[in-house]
Design a protein around this ligand. Structure first.
Ligand code: ADP
Ligand code: F6P
Length: 450
């Protein structure tokens, strides 16, 4: 059997305990337990190069060889910061108005994809299967085909795929879709994304190759981590500091797609409309800074600083603070225990590809006394997780009502809802997701290649 070659912009460092927050790195790492594989992508570093392509650095851990390259500061800016995160990210999260298009960045995006293809090429063998991930690398398959690569190549998009009426606002969207014909199979998170993608392809006279493969987590590992973490010093400290208050937890990268200001306003509405919860509930939002050099992300940070200050100023007592807000990541082990301790998870993205935090929260619960998941209709996970309380994140009063319902829900209803959610989380895991995708890729027709 040939090797599996994973290509993604972000590659988790195999030797560091703390990993960057983000569903792609977490989901794939969980999926790569078996077989021989190579994971190729950006090192996360910027280095000035004087001519020529970077040379991949190789590091082998267990069955995975990690091959990473640095970007130059200009590539980082044009490819990662501006085109991927300043243009594709807002557009694919249905926020066309936030898209800052520039032709120069488009050229850098294509050039970096071509450079990825050239530097990956010498590491490839004819019987490899290549699996390219996410929006940073839409054109990579075609760039590899242009260099003569005949292996099977699949693509998976971790973020939503919006309708063609939005996608077409991107100048060159038709060219990106044409490049995607180089993939033998294109996976997306939900049936709605698959429908939008296939419609976009067909609107451009191209073959519909999109199929939904919802990503999952490793629930057993997460559950074990949560149980262990409950006995650790951090959960003990958290418990002590809460002094009997119920805990509502939010965990997200600090990203405007996550609906954080809307969430804070929803919590504020809870305190305003249901005063019985004042002093008896604490909202802990952990939101590590992400893409901090992109202006929209800086603005969001300022907005949240202001909102937190305002709400805490209005409702705090000398011995109680309603919102605790942390902009640093937490270690996964600690996070797992915090999920288990929390009476409710408040997950309200305005759009999200999947949202693994929702699945982690469910996996971490104590079956005898589970907490309640409050989830936005607009998370990719919502159709699978409708036993949680689903909310429209744009309505603060709906969030407040959901929080009140969660904080007052009886044990029997919490258990019934959680059992259904837990079954769902256990049936589609990171491992089954990868296996399903790769099986379908293996079976996909390889039209026109000898
Ligand atoms: P995205 O891919 O948009 O970041 P997901 O919810 O799918 O969103 O995945 C986020 C992943 O990153 C999860 O595995 C989550 O545990 C991790 N993560 C998110 N926020 C934090 C945090 N504050 N500290 C540690 N890990 C985090
Ligand atoms: O899962 C969506 C995603 O965009 C990944 O592609 C990415 O690695 C992650 O979120 C975190 O973002 P970044 O790599 O820009 O820090």
């Amino acid at each position: 059997m040939g090797r599996l070659i994973i290509v993604s912009n972000r590659v988790p460092s195999p030797r560091e305990r703390s990993q960057p927050a983000g569903g792609l790195a977490v989901g794939l790492k969980d999926a790569l337990r078996e077989g021989e594989s190579l994971w190729f992508g950006w090192s996360g570093k910027q280095v000035q190069l004087h001519g020529g392509d970077p040379v991949p650095r190789l590091d082998r851990v267990d069955n995975v060889t990690y091959a990473t390259i640095d970007l130059t500061p200009l590539q980082y800016e044009g490819f990662y910061q501006n085109f991927s995160n300043g243009i594709l990210w807002p557009l694919f999260h249905y926020r066309v108005g936030l898209m800052n298009y520039s032709r120069t960045d488009w050229k850098t995006y294509l050039a970096v994809n071509a450079m990825f293809a050239r530097t990956l090429l010498p590491l490839l063998k004819p019987d490899d299967t290549i699996w390219v991930h996410d929006y940073h690398l839409f054109p990579l398959g075609q760039a590899l085909r242009d260099l003569g690569v005949k292996c099977r190549i699949g693509f998976f998009l971790h973020i939503p795929f919006p309708p063609w009426s939005l996608v077409r606002s991107l100048p060159g969207a038709d060219l990106l879709l044409e490049d995607m014909q180089s993939y033998d199979l294109i996976g997306v998170q939900t049936p709605e994304d698959a429908e939008n993608l296939n419609h976009s392809l067909q609107a451009n006279g191209l073959a519909a190759r999109g199929q939904a493969f919802p990503i999952g987590i490793d629930p057993d590992e997460f559950r074990a981590q949560a149980e262990k973490s409950m006995k650790g010093p951090e959960v003990e400290r958290l418990e002590g500091s809460l002094r009997g208050a119920k805990l509502v937890l939010g965990v997200d990268r600090l990203d405007y797609s996550k609906g954080l200001p809307e969430r804070f306003r929803g919590y504020e509405a809870l305190l305003a409309r249901y005063p019985e919860h004042r002093g008896k509930v604490t909202f802990l939002q952990v939101a590590p800074i992400s893409r901090g050099s992109v202006e929209e992300y800086r603005q969001l940070r300022r907005q949240l600083d202001e909102l937190t200050g305002r709400i805490n100023g209005a409702y705090s007592e000398f011995d109680w603070t309603p919102i605790r807000y942390i902009t640093r990541p937490l270690a996964r082990e600690v996070l797992a225990g915090f999920y288990r301790r929390a009476e409710a998870a408040l997950i309200t993205p305005l759009r999200d590809g999947m949202n693994l935090v929702a699945k982690e929260y469910v996996a971490a619960q104590n079956p005898a006394n589970p907490g309640v998941l409050i989830l936005s209709h607009f998370a990719g996970a919502a159709p699978e997780m409708d036993e949680g309380i689903l909310v429209n994140p744009y309505d603060p009063d709906e969030i407040a009502d959901a929080l009140h319902a969660a904080l007052t829900m009886g044990l029997a209803e919490r258990r019934t809802r959680w059992q259904a959610l837990e079954q769902e989380v256990s049936s589609t895991t990171a491992i089954s997701w990868a296996a399903d995708f790769l099986r379908a890729l293996d079976a996909a027709p390889v039209a026109g290649r000898s």
